[in-house]
Design a protein around this ligand. Structure first.
Ligand code: FE2
Length: 500
């Protein structure tokens, strides 16, 4: 007990000023016996200079001194030091300074001089306790300030290793420590076993395998205890603090070596709570990324299947009608160019292109006799062949990935004046993409030799589109397609020259 008091006392420095050497000597004996760091002076002016140069926690000074009194000494010291704790020694109580002066100068206590120093020692002890509390509050304030500054930083860091390192770096000054480590469950690893993330600093700056060898069974037990009970475990020279996230789940621990547990532990616990939240946050980020990667993979697989299906369907269409092979590719191409000219998105262009590719897919359901007939078709045959948009929509509807393509294909022979088929839709009733396919389809048909007629010259085909604008074709689409034809004449020419 005495040893403990001695240790506490030795942390504080006391300055005594009394112009009577006898008092300085006597008090020197008493204070040193109590374990205080003590300096005695008889000259008050010298004392002012010493306080200016050196740190003292407590000042005991005589009131009546020469060349200046104690209250004047305090007045001068207070001009540059508001922190030092001051006790005033007075002679007879009638000679004490008035209470107002004591308050104004921020003097914490006073007592009468006597041969016995019991009363003074009690005042010194109570003064030291106050100073200790003030130190603790100050340390807490500084610690909290550090935490407030550190937390936003650890929230922004990625990856998890950097966060853990920063957490440890901030902890060391908070706990006056040099060695610490952090162990966190890696929630992003779903396999059992090797699922802890470790980071150490000081003597623990090593990898997890070497660290496991450093861990003694007793410390492991304390770690388990801290996690299970979700409370800190104090050890000889260190502390294990559980990391509890905002959902009250323990996600790991921080171990800090420190001899100064009393003052810093509360701060460490506050900091650990913040650290746990930031770690949790980082894991959530990682999990979102992992899910994103999985989604991307799934999307890539779907896309691959989509392309495979398109290719398979194209082969079926091509096998059916070798005569018009290449027609669907060109319709898809022209339609895409018109779509681009309208400023369509990547997804819309993809839909438009696939619709162009399969606009005549329904013809695989039309008999070869009708499809390849060289003579003029009868009314019955005409009705039969005009079923191909609807048949195409049915075929495409059966494949879920083409559900958006089906209605476009169904309407590619509708006319804006309502005289088309299969439903006789008018203007805006016809899907916009169908109106684009209709123009691309007609242009390519006019530019190709067919069994029943020869191909038209380029300018004539372009002219026919203008003539049909507003009746067979959408006016805006024709205008836009003419822009495309004007913009890429060489390319269109080259493309049309490949026609069979
Ligand atoms: Fe068609």
């Amino acid at each position: 007990m005495r040893r403990e008091r001695f240790q506490i006392s030795s942390n504080y420095k006391i300055l005594l000023v009394d112009d009577e050497p006898g008092i300085v000597d006597s008090l020197s004996v008493v204070l040193k016996r109590s374990g205080y760091h003590y300096t005695g002076l008889t000259n008050p002016l010298e004392a002012i200079e010493l306080v200016r140069k050196e740190h003292f926690d407590l000042l005991i000074l005589d009131f009546l001194m020469s060349p200046i009194h104690g209250d004047e000494v305090v007045r001068q010291i207070r001009e540059f030091n508001r922190e030092i704790y001051i006790l005033l020694l007075t002679g007879h109580k009638d000679l004490a300074p008035p209470l107002e002066t004591i308050r104004a100068l921020d003097i914490q206590g006073y007592c009468e001089k006597s041969d016995r120093f019991d009363q003074l020692l009690l005042l010194v002890e109570s003064g030291i306790k106050s100073i200790a509390q003030m130190r603790l509050i100050k340390k807490f304030q500084e610690g909290l300030n550090k935490i407030l500054q550190a937390v936003p930083k650890i929230y922004q860091l990625q990856p998890i290793g950097s966060i853990l390192e920063e957490i440890l770096t901030e902890i060391l000054p908070l706990m006056n420590s040099k060695n610490a480590f952090i162990l966190v469950d890696d929630v992003t690893q779903f396999s059992p076993g090797n699922n802890s993330i470790f980071k150490g600093i000081g003597i623990y700056h090593t990898d997890i395998h070497d660290f496991m060898e450093m861990l003694n069974p007793s410390l492991m037990e304390h770690i388990g205890h801290a996690r299970l009970n979700k409370s800190s475990v104090k050890l000889q020279g260190g502390v294990v603090v559980p990391l509890i996230n905002e959902y009250h789940q323990d996600i790991g621990i921080i171990y800090v070596e420190s001899d100064d547990l009393e003052d810093g532990l509360k701060l460490l616990e506050i900091y650990s709570n913040q650290a746990a939240s930031s770690i949790n946050n980082a894991f959530l980020h990682s999990l979102v990324n992992i899910k994103n990667d999985e989604l991307n993979k799934t999307y890539d697989q779907l896309r691959e299947r989509y392309m495979d299906t398109i290719e398979a369907l194209r082969m079926v269409v091509d096998a059916k009608d070798t005569y018009t092979r290449g027609h669907s590719d060109r319709v898809a191409y022209y339609a895409s160019k018109i779509g681009e000219s309208f400023g369509m998105s990547k997804e819309e262009l993809e839909l438009l292109k696939v619709s162009g590719l399969f606009h005549d897919v329904g013809k695989i359901g039309t008999s070869d006799d009708i499809l390849f007939k060289k003579e003029k078709l009868t009314d019955r045959e005409l009705i039969e062949i005009r079923k191909h948009p609807l048949k195409g929509a049915h075929i495409l509807s059966a494949i879920s990935m083409f559900k958006e393509v089906a209605p476009i294909v169904k309407c590619h022979h509708e006319r804006v004046d309502g005289s088309g088929y299969p439903e006789g839709l008018k203007g805006d009733q016809i899907p916009f993409m169908s109106r684009i396919i209709a123009v691309a389809d007609a242009f390519d048909a006019m530019m190709s030799d067919r069994r029943y007629r020869s191909k038209l010259p380029f300018e004539e085909a372009q002219n026919q589109l203008v003539l049909g604008s507003g009746t067979q074709f959408d006016q805006d689409v024709v205008v836009q397609f003419n822009h495309v034809l004007d913009k890429f004449p060489d390319m269109i020419k080259e493309l049309t020259e490949t026609y069979e």
